[in-house]
Design a protein around this ligand. Sequence first.
Ligand SMILES: Cc1cc2nc3c(=O)[nH]c(=O)nc-3n(C[C@H](O)[C@H](O)[C@H](O)COP(=O)(O)OP(=O)(O)OC[C@H]3O[C@@H](n4cnc5c(N)ncnc54)[C@H](O)[C@@H]3O)c2cc1C
Length: 468
Amino acid sequence: MPQKKIAIVGGGISGLTTAFYLEPWIDRGHDFEIDLFESSDHLGGKIHTLRFDNGVVMESGAESFLSRKTAAIELCDLLGITQDLRGTRPDTKKTFVWHGEKMHRLPDGLSGFVPGDMNALKSTTLLSAFGKLRVGLDRFLPASKSDDDESLARFISRRIGKQAYQRLVQPLLCGIYSGDGDQLSLAATYPELRQLEKEHGSLIRGLQNRAASTTSEFPPFVTFPTGMSQLVESVSAKLQHTKISLEQPIKKISTIGDQYLIESDDQNKTYDIVVLATSARQSSTMVSDLNAKLSTVLASIPHVSTATVNLLYDAKAMTHTLDGYGFVIPSDQQNGLTAVTWTSSKHFDRVPERYKLIRGYVGRARAELDCSLSDQQIYELLEPELQRTMGIDIPPLEIRVTRWPHGSPQYTMGHCDRLAQIEDQLKQLPGIFLTGASYRGVGIPDCIRNSKLTADEIVSFTNQKSSA
Ligand SMILES: Cc1cc2nc3c(=O)[nH]c(=O)nc-3n(C[C@H](O)[C@H](O)[C@H](O)COP(=O)(O)OP(=O)(O)OC[C@H]3O[C@@H](n4cnc5c(N)ncnc54)[C@H](O)[C@@H]3O)c2cc1C
């Protein structure tokens, strides 16, 4: 096989796993030279654990991943770290919704964010009697015959009612996408829910059948004792043939003959293959000279700015019991804060007993965080909200704010068409590949699955080129 020079731009989980799944092909006879460029001073992107000398472990980005989507577990198996995975603490398994100036326990038996068990709804104070009846009506309503895409809000409200959507589903959705359900596309975010409606004539029946047929040896959400960065560290430790350059922001990509020129501050290099494992927004800037249409479509995928705020407290001074995993806040009840995780109650091994750790989330679609605010100003957005919802009026020992400017991709209505347009433009740019959270799944398992597919596509591409 002739040598192929490959540049991977972005050292988040998508860029790293693209390299990880490409490397074994080198032993199978592919002469790949792989360079990975990361703009920041560390790998991991939105997976970034902060570890302190006092034994405190804080997540600034992702805190766990879904085990049902198997790509991440399969990766852990290959890395030999599956035995390190930990589920959330079973003794505190309760989540709350802040509604009407009160905490309401989220019903058990939610399948994702939709009730899969009608019995569990009986005791919840979150929905009115009418709201509960309306959820149950899902079993009797016919499936829609239209194959047109619809918003998540419309689909869920159509099946289980507006109240359940607003009080139950919307705040949980906001936690996943920082998104607005009226704008998010069902086809791009949860096509399987529409499939369940079609196949079972009822969303709830479909979810019950799915739950009965899926078994997993893992708890639904898993993480690592030393934090999510363990995944990043394990992948990067296994990379033997990839040259990683940190603090190398790539500015532009252009063509030179049938190769691509990658420009950074201090070097220009040519490659046969370029993988952009950066957000669509970041990639849009890099390809603006290469293909203006591609750049425009990429820029049209919205990305919302948010922040996480880790707050460490003296356990003795903490007035709230923190008995649970935390709470979410429906958008009509919010004043900046979208959710709070009671981290030290939700996960094992996060803090020594003398501390309590919680994490607040600010910013979402239609109420984005202004990332120019200082740490103190962002904390001041939170402080009155923590007092209102949890009665916390003690100062934290430590405040760690992490901004995620344009960090949450939004799969809004039309997202699938935008993906098709991107594919169309890429046909004119053989050797350019896009992967990452902006396209076909924001969760870590989806990013890993898509990057593995990207590695496979690169191998097919090089096979075709060498046989042509
Ligand atoms: C606050 C938060 C919490 C989350 N929680 C969870 C969770 O609990 N579970 C879950 O499954 N998912 C979670 N997610 C989503 C998930 O973490 C991300 O979708 C995923 O990690 C994205 O990985 P990525 O590699 O595609 O992108 P990124 O992690 O964004 O990586 C892209 C990398 O490219 C680099 N880069 C950008 N521009 C350039 C350039 N010009 N040149 C070189 N490098 C560049 C960036 O510095 C970055 O390191 C969360 C996301 C956020 C923001």
